[in-house]
Each structure stands twice: as structure tokens, then as C-alpha cells.
Design a protein around this ligand. Structure first.
Ligand code: PHE
Length: 454
């Protein structure tokens, strides 16, 4: 039985080295979630206490579940649906486990539909802020410019289409020639730009105030839905339960250590989110702006803030270039699961699969495009359609998928298979992982879910 697993190869090739995997998976993890979403939801949920719960979720749920996902992907070596199915069947379990993989593919499909729209905003802003007169305008004019921008469905449609086409082109080129090559250029460039911006923020903004805002927990400001949002954010930011990480795991050479990779990816992702907070809040505070202003936070406040600074338009442009790179390396990881599934299920060429899947995602993305303008008044539980999609995926589908992945990895997967795959020679580390994934992660997810219902 185990032999079958050892010998299976992915039909899409594999990463050229374990570093390629780590870089690609970190590129998948680091994205709009860290730089756009983390600061604004931290602002909406009151700062430090939210950050603390987020960090707890990363450690007790994120890292252990990520290990499980990479392990399942590498054993299954197919798209998430078929990987879950074959690993389950090889371990004498029901093939119905494939639905957990299917849930992940569906989540990545839905997430990319709105992710691409926001990534499109970022790309549009590269061009807007590069013109020096843009950031020199009054704060009201900059705010109004963002409002006018999102009020125009045609503009959003244009940038959304550019992002989807670019993503599809890279995915059509395949794992090594497409994903790996792109990530090798964009990821280091993005990190360097972020570093430059943090240094800039340290020198020109209210750095100490931001450190205290992010790291001084005030629990009176945290409500139950803040806890759900923190857990959802941990899943979203680490790209868990969307098939992305499982998919990338399928291309991982056998020699690489799953545990080390998971720890490096999760810590880098967390580090970047905190760095982004440290780069963004100082400029927000230094200019008396509102940290809780929502999805527009970085698009409205940062150009205003940069407008007050020397070389502001250069740094503003760098900021949005960095954001586009970060978003792009995540977008490709969101497209790959559905493309791999199409190729393996219908035996069609990669190019064709990339076109079909990206077209479907582009089409569903129209819902997000109009939810900021024509359909802004169509609401479900007071949420716009974009907010519904975001809530449904990040706060419901991902934790649910993560719950089942954890349950599968310890209750249904053969213990020795798990141990061999995780390459944890130290028995203690392995038992700790099993204990956490068996009792702590799923229980934590359930408790958070139940706390919302009651
Ligand atoms: N983790 C990415 C981010 O933080 C988004 C993402 C989610 C990517 C799920 C892949 C899968 O922006």
C-alpha cells in the first residue's frame, strides 16, 4: 500500500527544489490578506486583542493544519479532490473524503473571483499614485477619487480582467515555467520593497504608537465576531483549506521536510502581516486618519499620508507595486487547484483548462465588481455581495475545511503514514503534532463557531 504512495508522481511536474516550494507557498500565503486585509480588520476590531487571538490561531490551528495539508497533497500528488480521495482510499477510508478537497477547490474559485477585483484596484493605484499631482490633492479629493473609482463598474471590470488574464497566462505555462519563475522574481522584489517601506515608516511616522496599537491588547474592544474574524483571517492569510497549499504540496519533492516548510511559511506570513501593520499604521496615525475605515483603508489613507512626505509619490508607487506582486503570487495559487482538477478529470490540455477556469472565475467576479456600485444596495444580513462572499469563504468555508482536514489527518490517516510523511524523527514532536491536531485545533474551530451561534 505504502509503495503506491511513494511512487506516485504528479502529472504536472514538481518544484525544482524545496526552496522553490517554500517560496511559492510563502508567495501564496503573503498577499492582499496580509497587506490590505490584516490592517483594516485589525482596525475594525480594535487592535491588539484581535492581533493576539490571530497569533494564537496561527499557532494552534494554522501551523498544524498546514502540515496536514502539505502531507496529504504530497501523498496524493493530484488536485485536492483526488488527493483527498486517494489518500483516504489507500488508508482504507471512504472515498467521500474527496468532498473536503472539493470544498477547497470551490473556496479557491470563489476567493479568486473577488481577490482579483481588489488586486485590480491595487494595479490601478500604481498608475494613479505615480502621477505626483494625485497625492498632492486634499484628503477630501483623494477620498472622493477612491469613491468615484469604485463607483465605476467599467473601471473595476477592466482591472479585474487584466488581473485574471495575467494569472491565467502564468498558470497556462505550468508549475516550473509559470509559477516558479514568476515567484522567483516577484517574491524577493516584494520583500525588499516592504523592507524599504517599513524603514520609511519608522522614520517618518508614529512608529511607537503603532507598536502599542498592534501589541497592546485591550479586550474590551474585542467582540465575538472579532474572534471569528481573527480565526478566518488566520486561515485566509495562510491560504489554508483552499486547496492551494495542498496543491503546492503535490509538487513537493520527497526529500523536503514538510514540518520545516510549514513552520517557515507560516512564520514568514505572520511576520509580513505584522510588518505591513507596522508600515501602515504609523502613516495612518501620523496624519490623524481612521484605522477602522474598512476595505478602502490603504487606498484612501495611504495616498493622503504619502502626500505629506518627501518623495511621497515614489514611495506610494513602490507600495502599490509591492501590493500587486504580493497579490499576484497568491492569485496564481488560487487558480491552480481548479485548473489541475480540470486537467486531471477531463484530460484536457493545461491551456484549455486555464482558459475555462479563469473565465468562470472572471464571470463570478462580476458580482464583486457591481457590489461596489450598481448593486451596492442589494444586501443580505446587512452585507453587500462582496462582503457575503468574503464572509462565506474566509469565515465559514475555510474553518470548516480546516476542521475536516484536521480530523482526517489524525483520526483517519494511518499513524505511520503520517509520521513518515511529516519526517519527524523525534517521537515527541510527532506526538505533540498529533495531540494538537486531534484535540486542540478542531475543538478551537468548533468553539469559535458555536460562540457565534449562541
Ligand atoms: N493568503 C492569501 C493572502 O493573504 C490569499 C489566499 C487565500 C491565497 C487562499 C490562496 C488561498 O492574500
Amino acid at each position: 500500500m505504502n509503495h503506491g504512495i511513494e511512487q506516485r508522481q504528479s502529472q504536472h511536474g514538481q518544484w525544482s527544489s524545496r526552496w522553490a516550494f517554500i517560496m511559492a507557498a510563502t508567495g501564496a500565503a503573503v498577499g492582499l490578506g496580509n497587506i490590505w486585509k490584516f490592517p483594516y480588520i485589525t482596525g475594525q476590531h480594535g487592535g491588539g486583542a484581535f492581533v493576539l487571538i490571530y497569533l494564537v490561531c496561527i499557532f494552534i490551528i494554522g501551523i498544524p493544519v498546514m502540515m496536514a495539508e502539505i502531507m496529504i497533497g504530497r501523498s496524493g500528488r493530484q488536485n485536492p479532490l483526488d488527493s483527498m480521495k486517494s489518500v483516504a482510499v489507500e488508508n482504507g477510508r471512504s472515498s467521500h473524503w474527496r468532498w473536503v478537497g472539493a470544498l477547497g477547490i470551490l473556496a479557491s474559485f470563489l476567493i479568486l473571483s473577488y481577490y482579483s477585483v481588489i488586486a485590480g484596484w491595487s494595479l490601478a493605484y500604481v498608475f494613479k499614485v505615480a502621477v505626483p499631482s494625485f497625492i498632492e490633492r486634499s484628503p477630501q479629493a483623494i477620498d472622493a477619487s477612491f469613491d468615484n473609482f469604485v463607483a465605476n463598474p467599467w473601471k473595476l471590470l477592466f482591472w479585474h480582467s487584466v488581473m485574471i488574464i495575467a494569472t491565467a497566462v502564468i498558470i497556462a505555462k505550468g508549475v516550473e515555467k509559470g509559477i516558479e519563475k514568476t515567484v522567483y522574481v516577484m517574491f524577493p522584489a516584494m520583500l525588499t520593497l516592504l523592507g524599504v517601506l517599513v524603514v520609511y515608516a519608522m522614520e517618518s511616522g508614529h512608529f511607537a504608537q503603532s507598536v502599542s496599537y498592534l501589541f497592546h491588547p485591550d479586550f474590551s474592544k474585542l467582540k465575538t465576531h472579532g474572534i471569528v474574524a481573527a480565526m478566518g483571517q488566520a486561515f485566509f492569510s495562510l491560504s489554508l483549506a483552499t486547496g492551494s497549499i495542498m496543491m503546492y504540496g503535490a509538487y513537493l519533492p520527497r526529500s523536503a521536510s514538510v514540518t520545516k516548510a510549514a513552520v517557515v511559511i507560516a512564520l514568514s506570513d505572520t511576520f509580513v502581516a505584522l510588518l505591513a501593520g507596522l508600515a501602515i499604521f504609523p502613516v495612518v496615525f501620523a496624519n490623524g486618519l481612521e484605522p477602522s475605515s474598512g476595505p478602502g483603508l490603504i487606498f484612501e489613507t495611504l495616498p493622503i499620508a504619502f502626500g505629506h512626505m518627501p518623495f511621497g509619490n515614489v514611495f506610494a508607487t513602490l507600495f502599490f507595486v509591492m501590493l500587486v506582486f504580493a497579490a499576484f503570487t497568491s492569485a496564481i495559487s488560487l487558480l491552480e487547484p481548479s485548473v489541475a482538477w480540470l486537467i486531471e478529470t477531463f484530460k484536457i490540455p493545461r491551456r484549455k483548462a486555464a482558459i475555462i477556469s479563469s473565465f468562470g472565475i472572471w464571470f463570478v467576479g462580476l458580482v464583486t465588481v457591481v457590489s461596489f456600485n450598481w448593486a451596492a444596495n442589494i444586501k443580505l444580513f446587512k452585507l453587500t455581495m462582496f462582503e457575503v462572499l468574503d464572509f462565506l469563504t474566509a469565515n465559514i468555508m475555510l474553518p470548516l475545511g480546516g476542521f475536516f482536514i484536521a480530523i482526517f489527518a489524525v483520526w483517519f490517516l494511518n499513524r505511520d503514514v503520517a509520521r513518515r510523511e511529516l519526517q519527524l524523527p523525534d517521537g515527541k514532536l510527532f506526538s505533540t503534532w498529533r495531540f494538537v491536531v486531534r484535540y486542540i485545533s478542531p475543538v478551537a474551530i468548533l468553539v469559535v463557531f458555536i460562540s457565534v451561534i449562541v
